[in-house]
Design a protein. Structure first.
Length: 330
């Protein structure tokens, strides 16, 4: 019996060791690490932070589109800066419908220009974007996390790939779970990252269907709080294509946990917000985030952002370090 217990213990130990070694190998394979530029460009993160802080002093509403810019980059071809590219034929990711409300590209340009003066050809645009997303949240009194760097930049940007890969505000819970799972993100990541909707704006075309013709019979979404629906109809008329709405009314410029309270009360702006209540696991995560203190949400958000920042990265000799984030090197 003693020999059997020892054999089982050894087996368990070897399994755990194997998992640890596999995790270590994956981390090394990614080629990402905190402080990647400590030797090659020691001021890199400070330079990026300065660009973000100076821009957001003038306009706090830039925080949300900068966060979504990173999200939208990572979900299409991975976190390799393809959302930043400009193509002459306008068939780039920027011109895909889900990206038309992204703003703040000039902040990436300014940070990159300053980095090229300090240490030419060293810091990738995709790393700049990852750092900008973090720094923008700090300005909004949100979470901070250690950003892994070491990404290199991609060479392709395709409008159709953005359309097919980015989660839609009209998605149901099954679609959301499938899309996130395909990127290596789980149900908790889905809920936590959806919490980013605590900042920024949506627009009327994204909710017109919920308000006026949800099932094709001139009805509204039954999962939307009736009082909230009434207030939204006062803002968004059926033909309105431009009006913006606060995602988190009253605190859309502050990163906090109030989003989860709104969704639990059926006041999430998008169908994709309401969908989080349609799965037992995502609903449980959402309610736990609502009941937890702010520090728990902030910690979880940072963990999920780091995971997302590893999607499809280019490292080593793959890709390139763009000199200008809007175009590939000649």
């Amino acid at each position: 019996m003693a020999a059997l217990k020892m054999t089982i213990s050894c087996f368990v130990f070897l399994q755990v060791l194997s998992c640890l070694l596999s995790s270590f190998a994956l981390s090394k394979a990614l080629g990402l690490k905190v402080g990647f530029y400590d030797m090659s460009c020691p001021k890199a993160e400070l330079i990026v932070k300065k660009s973000v802080f100076e821009a957001m002093k003038k306009d706090l509403t830039l925080g949300a589109p900068l966060l979504r810019m990173f999200f939208h980059d990572c979900f299409v071809r991975g976190c390799e800066g393809s959302v930043l590219l400009d193509l002459k034929n306008k068939k780039d990711e920027k011109n895909a419908i889900p990206n038309l409300f992204l703003r703040g590209f000039e902040i990436i340009d300014d940070a990159k220009a300053a980095l090229e003066k300090e240490c030419p050809g060293i810091v990738s645009c995709s790393d700049v974007l990852a750092l900008v997303a973090r720094d923008a949240m700090v300005v909004l009194n949100g979470p901070s996390w250690e950003v892994e760097t070491g990404r290199r930049d991609g060479l392709v940007s395709n409008i159709s790939e953005a359309l097919s890969n980015l989660p839609s505000p009209f998605n149901n819970i099954s679609s959301l779970i499938t899309q996130f799972h395909s990127k290596g993100l789980n149900k908790k990541d889905l809920v936590v990252l959806s919490g980013g909707h605590t900042i920024g704006n949506g627009h009327c075309p994204q909710i017109t269907n919920r308000l006026y013709n949800f099932t094709g019979k001139g009805d509204s979404d039954p999962n939307l709080d009736t009082g909230y629906a009434t207030s939204l109809r006062k803002i968004c008329k059926p033909t309105d294509t431009t009006t913006a709405l606060e995602m988190d009314p009253g605190s859309f410029k502050t990163f906090d946990e109030s989003y989860f309270k709104l969704v639990s009360k059926r006041r999430g702006l998008f169908q994709s917000d309401a969908a989080l209540l349609d799965n037992q696991e995502t609903k449980s995560y959402l309610l736990n985030q609502m009941k937890s203190d702010r520090s728990t949400f902030f910690k979880d958000f940072g963990v999920s952002m780091v995971k997302m920042g590893r999607i499809g990265v280019l490292t080593g000799k793959a890709g390139q370090i763009r000199k200008n984030c809007r175009m590939v090197n000649k």
